[in-house]
Design a protein around this ligand. Structure first.
Ligand code: N1C
Length: 255
C-alpha cells in the first residue's frame, strides 16, 4: 500500500511541479509587462516560455550549452539607455534594494528574463519533455547546467548591451571583491570595449569591520583586465550610507 501511495504521489507531484513552474513563469512575465506598461507590446509570455523550455527539455541536466538559450535571448533583447547598467558581485540583495528606488539603474534582474528567472532552479531530463524543479544539479555540481548556462548567456547579452558609464557594486567585506571565477569577471568585464563603454565605476560597499579598500590587489587585476580607453573609478561606500540614500526620497536624482 505504501508503495502504491508513493507511486501516486510521484505521478501527481511531477506534472504538478511543471504546471506550477510554468504558471509562475508566465505570471511573473505578465506582471513584468504590467509594471513596465508593456501590455500591448510584442512580448508574448507563452512564446517566451516556449523558447525557454526548448533550451533544456530532453537534455542531460549537466549538458545544456549556453548556445541553447540563444533563441530565447535574441527574442527578448536587453536594450537600455546608456549609463544605466548596474552590475554586482556578492552584493545582490543590496543592489536590488537600490535599483528598486533608483530607476535610472538597471540590473539583469530588472529585465524581463532576469526578473522571471531570478532565484529559480529548474532542469530537464533525457528522454522526457518535462521541466523539473527538484532533483536538479546544485550550483557547483556542473558548469553547464540549465541554470548556469542561462545566467552565463543572459549576463553576456546584458553586458553586450551596456554603453557609456557602467557601475558595479562589489563587496568590501570579502578578501577578493574582484573574484576571477565570478560571472562579473569572466563574462561581463571581457565584453566591455572602448568607446562603447566610457567608464567602469566600482562602488566598494563596506561594513563596519571591513578591511578592504580601493587599493585591494584584486581591484588592480580588474583595472589590468579592462580594455584600454575605459576610465576606471573606485569609491568606497559604507553599506548604511547606501541604505540612507535608498530611503531618502528627497535625494532621488532622476537620470
Ligand atoms: O558571479 P557573480 O556574482 O559575479 O555574478 C553577478 C553578475 C551581475 O553583474 C549580473 O549581471 O552576473 C550577472 N548575474 C545575474 O544577474 C544573476 N542573477 C542570479 C549572474 N548570476 C546571477 N544569478 C545567480 O547568482 C546565478 O546562479 C549565479 O551563478 C549567481 C552569481 O552570484 P555572485 O557570485 O554573487
Amino acid at each position: 500500500a505504501v508503495l502504491v501511495l508513493v507511486i501516486i504521489v510521484v505521478a501527481v507531484a511531477v506534472p504538478l511541479s511543471l504546471r506550477t513552474f510554468k504558471r509562475g513563469f508566465i505570471q511573473r512575465c505578465e506582471d513584468f509587462k504590467d509594471k513596465k506598461g508593456l501590455i500591448r507590446s510584442k512580448y508574448d509570455c507563452e512564446k517566451i516560455w516556449g523558447l525557454f523550455e526548448e533550451a533544456y527539455v530532453g537534455r542531460d541536466p549537466c549538458k545544456v550549452p549556453v548556445e541553447a538559450f540563444k533563441p530565447l535571448l535574441n527574442a527578448v533583447p536587453f536594450k537600455r539607455k546608456c549609463n544605466q547598467t548596474m552590475l554586482w558581485s556578492k552584493t545582490k540583495a543590496l543592489v536590488h534594494d537600490f535599483t528598486k528606488k533608483r530607476k535610472c539603474f538597471e540590473t539583469l534582474e530588472d529585465t524581463l528574463l532576469g526578473s522571471v528567472l531570478d532565484e529559480m532552479n529548474w532542469c530537464g531530463k533525457e528522454g522526457s519533455n518535462e521541466t523539473f524543479t527538484t532533483g536538479c544539479p546544485e550550483r557547483n555540481d556542473c558548469e553547464t547546467s540549465a541554470v548556469r548556462s542561462f545566467w552565463n548567456g543572459a549576463s553576456a547579452a546584458f553586458a553586450d548591451a551596456a554603453c557609456g558609464d557602467v557601475t558595479v557594486m562589489l563587496a568590501g567585506s570579502v578578501a577578493t571583491p574582484f573574484y576571477d571565477k565570478s560571472v562579473f569577471a569572466t563574462i561581463e568585464v571581457p565584453r566591455f570595449y572602448s568607446p562603447r563603454v566610457r567608464s567602469l565605476n566600482v562602488v566598494l560597499v563596506t561594513q563596519k569591520n571591513s578591511v578592504t579598500s580601493c587599493e585591494n590587489e584584486s581591484l588592480k587585476d580588474l583595472q589590468r583586465k579592462l580594455d584600454g580607453g575605459i576610465k576606471y573609478n573606485c569609491t568606497k561606500m559604507p553599506e548604511d550610507k547606501i541604505y540612507d540614500w535608498i530611503s531618502d526620497p528627497e535625494d532621488c536624482v532622476p537620470c
